[in-house]
Design a binder for this molecule. Structure first.
Ligand code: ADP
Ligand code: MG
Length: 305
């Protein structure tokens, strides 16, 4: 099930919410759609699901333009909106039956039982939605998004507002669903992407700034610079350290410890070693520090601003 956004732009008055956004998702992947608040994630998801019209650009599901009058794209997309709108007076099973009715499904009873099982809702199916915990309400939203067995699932911040245990439960559920479906999941949390996604699209101020796998992002960023943590026996001469080729920044968390950032993809450690020998200031320990995804995300969204 493929999904393609081509040159999507959207303005709200004078504000540019999306600025020529393009990407393509082949199938069977969980794509993290990551960006700070206000970046344009929800707007793009509403456009993909047909709830909002783009000013410019096209969305294709399996090669079919969703704005074609005879497109049946709604049968191929499931959508969990940001503020999961549920009819809280309804009972869980009743609500799912109701949703199945909207899609005019035939074997409603069987399908409702299936999604109840898939989303781990069987034990709560007789409750009113208002009686459920937030995590279980979110499961109801996901069950409703799955009811017509769409190939593409669009989840807008599905774990926001949940407690840590609920977050893990919902992530596991999404991982399970992602085995069979293409999932586009928005979040503002980098760890979420690390935990469940194959690939990440990072959006900032309405533009896609990164479209890559996690490994690709890691590699690219470590090619730009590396950081080495060094502990010397005595306080090193920072002026001389700064003159080593490639050094762009030095931090001093302690008197004898330096975090040395170098712009080179080449390893700076042999140069530091020689420096220590020349200075007769032995190195007690030295290691390269891997950048966390969180830092990478901050770098990427900062640079674009
Ligand atoms: P995100 O989901 O990434 O937090 P949104 O897509 O909700 O971001 O919003 C992107 C930008 O568009 C924000 O600056 C937001 O204030 C603005 N925006 C979103 N919806 C509307 C709307 N209906 N009217 C005016 N501005 C909007
Ligand atoms: Mg949003």
């Amino acid at each position: 099930m493929s999904l393609k956004a081509e040159n999507i732009s959207k303005n709200f008055g004078t504000q540019k919410a999306l600025n020529h956004v393009s990407f393509e998702i082949q199938s069977g992947q969980i794509i993290g759609f990551l960006g700070p608040n206000g970046a344009g994630k929800s707007t793009l998801m509403k456009i993909i699901t047909g709830f909002l019209q783009a000013d410019e650009g096209q969305i294709f599901i399996n090669g079919n333009n969703i704005s074609d009058a005879n497109s049946d794209f709604r049968s191929q997309i499931g959508y969990l909106p940001e503020h999961n709108p549920l009819y809280t007076d309804m009972y869980v099973t009743e609500y799912l039956n109701f949703t199945a009715g909207i899609y005019k499904l035939k074997n409603t009873k069987k399908r409702v039982a299936e999604v109840l099982r898939m989303t781990g809702l069987e034990i709560e199916k007789r409750k009113q939605i208002r009686e459920l915990s937030k995590g279980f309400r979110q499961r109801v939203g996901i069950a409703a998004a799955l009811i017509h067995n769409p190939g593409v699932l669009i989840l807008d911040e599905p774990t926001t507002g949940l407690d840590p245990n609920q977050i893990i439960e919902i992530r596991n559920l999404i991982l399970e669903i992602g085995k069979q479906k293409t999932v586009l999941l928005s979040t503002h949390i980098m760890q979420e992407v690390e935990a469940i996604c194959n690939r990440v699209l990072i959006i900032n101020s309405g533009s896609i700034v990164v479209d890559n796998t996690l490994e690709g992002i890691n590699k690219e960023s470590s090619e730009k610079y590396i950081t080495v943590s060094v502990e010397f026996l005595t306080e090193p001469n920072d002026e001389l350290l700064k003159q080593l080729p490639g050094v762009i920044e030095i931090q001093s968390p302690q008197k004898t410890i330096r975090l040395i950032k170098s712009s080179d993809s080449a390893d700076i450690r042999p140069l530091i070693f020689n420096f220590a020998v020349e200075q007769k200031n032995p190195i007690l320990s030295m290691q390269r520090i891997e950048k966390s995804m969180e830092e990478i995300f901050r770098d990427l969204t900062k640079r674009a601003n």
